[in-house]
Ligand binder design. Structure first.
Ligand code: PMP
Length: 354
């Protein structure tokens, strides 16, 4: 990697996040970045086509149509919703607006690997707390003094969900700091904390349209919280005055939230395929963590994870593996179509027999 005398000390100290591979070649079965195997709702196509005529004007800086659609969908007032270009951008604003304090922000030591990247980028102190032996999060560990708490539910890349009752019990005790729950995968079987937002002023829930609405390429995510937290996000975002969600994205994302039937149909199909893959992996001797997401996290007691991932890659099947302590033997396999799953299982049998 290059360096340069023109870099700031901060730039030189950063370890950038390495995203999953986005290959530019066809013919690969892509199960490495938790994208949805279904196309977006046909209503998204129609809405975007209709919105093209409005592109001569700047977009609505507040994404009002989209925020209203989300507000109606989750049953909260409009002033409880904040929109951004993917939940990654929403998270960037959240770290800057709400998680920079003298005490460290607390997070699990196995979680979405972007959180520590943001902490380093924005100079935020943080502490990563180990998961339990079964890879679940113990919220009792998060009651120590802190500058904010963030975790994903269901967690990533483990896929394990925390019951809503545990989160509510935690919020009853943790009233001093902001608690951010990243629900990128919640629609595939988790319990959303959005129902708690009106009762807990320190709770912020973040969701994305990248996974359960098949819109990873459109870049739309949102936060739900009481107005003082949402106002904090607006203050930081508006200081840049440059990141409104674009006009086509607002149109497409609004249509996706409105098309509840399509959402239900596709997410149920993914959950059914996940059950099939879970059974098939267990039948092949894999240990599979309980998943409430659109991916499965599994390891084999007799086959090396790195070799399995490389073998699958040679068979044109991409899965994700993390070079991190405790999880380096696991494969994270996104739930694809039924046909993708057939190809994956055939490839896996070939690799394991070699
Ligand atoms: N949170 C978690 C836990 C994720 O896995 C991801 C996707 N990589 C994101 C947030 C960001 O998703 P997006 O920016 O596409 O909304």
């Amino acid at each position: 990697m290059s360096t340069s005398p023109y870099w700031s000390a901060l730039t030189a100290s950063l370890t950038p996040y390495v995203p999953g591979e986005q290959p530019r070649i066809d013919g690969l079965v892509k199960l490495n970045t938790n994208e949805n195997p279904f196309p977006p709702s046909p209503k998204v196509h129609e809405a975007i086509a209709a919105a093209v005529g409005g592109l001569a004007r700047y977009p609505d800086p507040n994404s009002t149509d989209f925020c209203q659609a989300v507000a109606d969908y989750v049953g909260l007032p409009l002033d409880h919703v904040f929109a951004g270009n993917g939940s990654d951008e929403v998270l960037a604003v959240v770290f800057q607006a709400l998680l920079k304090h003298e005490q460290p922000t607390l997070m699990p030591d196995i979680t979405y690997s972007f959180y520590p990247v943001y902490c380093r980028l924005f100079d935020i102190a943080y502490r990563a707390l180990p998961l339990k032996d079964d890879f679940s999060i113990d919220l009792n560990d998060y009651l120590v003094p802190n500058g904010g708490v963030i975790f994903a539910n269901p967690n990533a890349p483990t896929g394990c969900p925390l019951p809503l009752a545990d989160i509510e019990a935690f919020l009853q005790k943790q009233t001093d700091s902001v608690v951010v729950v990243d629900e990128a995968y919640v629609d595939f079987g988790g319990e959303s904390a959005s129902s708690l937002v009106s009762r807990y002023p320190n709770l912020l829930v973040i969701q994305t349209l990248s996974k359960s609405r098949s819109l990873a390429g459109l870049r739309v995510g949102f936060a739900l919280g009481q107005p003082p937290l949402i106002d904090a996000l607006q203050r930081v975002k508006n200081s840049f005055n440059s990141y409104p969600v674009d006009h086509l994205a607002i149109a497409g994302a609004t249509a996706a939230i409105h098309d509840v039937d399509y959402f239900e149909q596709t997410r149920q199909a993914i959950i059914a395929t996940r059950t099939r893959l879970d059974d098939a992996l267990k039948a092949r001797g894999f240990e599979v963590l309980p998943s409430a997401t659109n991916f499965i996290f599994a390891r084999h007691p007799k086959h090396d994870g790195k070799a399995l991932a490389a073998g699958l890659r040679a068979e044109k099947v991409l899965v994700r593996r993390f070079d991190a302590p405790r999880i380096d033997q696991f494969l994270r396999i996104s739930i694809g179509s039924e046909a993708d799953t057939d190809i994956l299982l055939q490839a896996l049998d070939k690799v394991m027999a070699a």
